[in-house]
Design a protein around this ligand. Structure first.
Ligand code: CTP
Length: 402
C-alpha cells in the first residue's frame, strides 16, 4: 500500500530522529516516493544529507527557502503528499498542530495538506502523560489524525516507560492496514437510495396481487454499498429479509404507489439510486374494504397502470447516478439497452430470469451490467452477495470515470 505513494516524512527534534532514517530508508525500499521535512531541532540530531541520500530527494528545512519561483514549496509539497508521517513527533509539534500554529516548514505543511496524517510520538514518559499533551492528542484524534502509539521500554532520558518511538516496520504496517481499510470504503460520503422486494396491490382485505421477488438482490446491494462506506436508504416492499448494517435506514412500503412516494422523497438528496424492486405494473382499479364473496361464473377484475417510478426518476434526474434492473426472458441485452435509453438511466442490470440459477427468489443470480457508454460486463452465476459486491464496484468505477 505504501508502494508508489507520495509520502512526506516530518521529522521533529528528538533523539528518535535516528530511527526516522531507518523509516525513510524502508519506505523508499518499498517503492514509496519519500520527501523529508526536518524541523530546526531535528537537524541537531541528524543531518538533511542523511535523508537526502536515503530518499534521493531534496530535504525541506526552511519555509522560505523557495528554490523554484514557479511554485510555493510548502503548498506544493502539501498537495503532493498522499500520506504524511510525523516520526518522531515531539510534544512541541503535537501542540503546534493541535493549536493551529504554523511557524516552520513542517507545521505549515501540516495545516495546508489534505493528506492522511499519521503521528508517531516519541518523548519522555512524564511528558507523554502530561495533561496538555493528552488534551492536544485528543483534539487531533477528534479532527481525524491517526496516532501510532509509542512503545514502552528504555527511554534515552534514562526512564523506562511509554514514550519510545514505535519501530519503523511497525509504523509502516500500521499505515498499510489503515490504508487498506480505507480503500475498501470507496463509497464513503455517498448517499445511496435502493429499492428492493415486490409490491403488493390490494384487491380486498385478504387478497392482493404480487410477484415472486424475495428482495434478496436489493438487500444484498444495500449491504454491499454500506460495507463500502455509503449511507444507504433502503425502500423495501414486503420481504422477510433483515437489514444487518447500521448504515442502512430501512423504509417499509407495501404498494407501488407507496414506493413511488418514498423513492421520490429521498431521490434529490441521493448520489446513487438503484431500483432493484420488482414493482407491479398494474393494480386493481377498485379495491374492496370487505372480503369479496364468490359469485357464479368467471370473475373479471379491471386493472389500471401504476406509475413507473424509474421512468419518473429518469425524467427528473439532475446529477444522480441512476441504475435500473430489467427482468427479461427474451433478447435480454437488446431489451436492457432499450430500457436504459427510454428511462434515461446511467446503467442497467439485466436479469435473464429464464436462466437456471438466475432471477427472483433464489440465492444466486447471473446478470449483465450495461452502462450508457456501451460498457457490457457479464457477471457470471454467483451468490447474490458476490453479485452485489461486483455491481457496487462497477457503479463506483463508472462514477469515477464520469
Ligand atoms: N419499475 C419501476 N416502476 C414500475 C415498474 C418498473 O420503477 N412501475 C422499475 C423496476 O424497479 C426496474 C425497471 O423499472 O428497475 C424495469 O422493470 P421491468 O419490470 O424489467 O420492466 P418494465 O419497465 O416494467 O417494462 P416491461 O414490462 O415492458 O418489461
Amino acid at each position: 500500500m505504501v508502494y508508489s505513494k507520495n509520502i512526506v516524512l516530518g521529522v521533529s527534534g528528538g533523539i528518535a530522529a535516528y530511527k526516522a532514517c531507518s523509516l525513510a530508508s524502508k519506505l523508499t525500499q518499498q517503492g514509496a516516493n519519500v520527501k523529508v521535512i526536518m524541523t530546526d531541532n531535528a537537524m541537531k540530531f541528524v543531518t538533511p544529507l542523511t535523508f537526502q541520500a536515503l530518499t534521493r530527494n531534496p530535504v525541506y528545512t526552511d519555509t522560505f527557502d523557495e528554490k523554484d519561483p514557479e511554485r510555493i514549496a510548502h503548498i506544493d509539497v502539501a498537495d503532493w503528499a498522499d500520506i504524511i508521517i510525523i516520526a518522531p513527533a515531539t510534544a512541541n509539534i503535537i501542540g503546534k498542530l493541535a493549536n493551529g500554529i504554523a511557524d516552520d516548514m513542517l507545521s505549515t505543511v501540516l495545516l495546508a495538506t489534505q493528506a492522511d496524517v499519521y503521528i508517531a510520538p516519541a518523548m519522555n514518559v512524564h511528558m507523554y502523560a502530561h495533561s496538555a499533551v493528552i488534551k492536544n492528542m485528543q483534539t487531533l484524534v477528534e479532527w481525524g489524525y491517526h496516532f501510532i502509539e509509542p512503545g514502552s521500554g528504555y527511554l534515552a532520558c534514562g526512564y523506562v516507560g511509554k514514550g519510545r518511538l514505535e519501530e519503523p516496520e511497525q509504523i509502516i504496517q500500521t499505515i498499510e492496514v489503515h490504508q487498506q481499510k480505507k480503500a475498501q470504503l470507496f463509497l464513503k460520503g455517498k448517499q445511496m437510495l435502493i429499492s428492493a422486494g415486490p409490491t403488493q396491490e390490494k384487491i380486498d382485505p385478504v387478497r392482493y396481487f404480487t410477484n415472486r421477488s424475495s428482495g434478496k438482490m436489493g438487500f444484498a446491494i444495500a449491504e454491499a454499498a454500506a460495507n463500502a462506506g455509503a449511507s444507504v436508504t433502503l425502500v423495501a416492499g414486503p420481504s422477510q429479509m433483515q437489514v444487518q448494517h447500521h448504515q442502512i435506514e430501512r423504509v417499509d412500503v407495501t404498494t407501488a404507489e407507496e414506493m413511488y412516494e418514498a423513492m421520490l422523497e429521498h431521490a434529490t438528496k441521493s448520489d446513487i439510486i438503484i431500483k432493484a424492486a420488482a414493482v407491479a405494473d398494474y393494480r386493481p382499479s377498485i379495491t374492496y374494504d370487505h372480503k369479496m364473496k364468490k359469485q357464479p361464473g368467471p370473475l373479471y377484475l379491471e386493472m389500471e397502470r401504476t406509475r413507473d417510478i424509474l421512468q419518473t426518476l429518469g425524467d427528473q434526474k439532475e446529477d444522480q447516478f441512476l441504475v435500473g434492473f430489467a427482468a427479461e426472458t427474451e433478447t435480454p441485452i437488446e431489451n436492457g439497452y432499450k430500457k436504459l435509453q427510454k428511462k434515461n438511466l446511467d446503467a442497467i442490470i439485466v436479469n435473464d430470469i429464464s436462466l437456471e440459477g438466475a432471477g427472483f427468489s433464489g440465492d444466486t443470480n447471473a446478470v449483465t451490467y450495461l452502462n450508457k457508454q456501451g460498457r457490457e460486463e457479464k457477471l457470471a452465476l454467483n451468490t447474490k452477495q458476490v453479485i452485489a459486491e461486483q455491481i457496487v464496484k462497477l457503479i463506483h468505477e463508472d462514477l469515477e470515470g464520469q
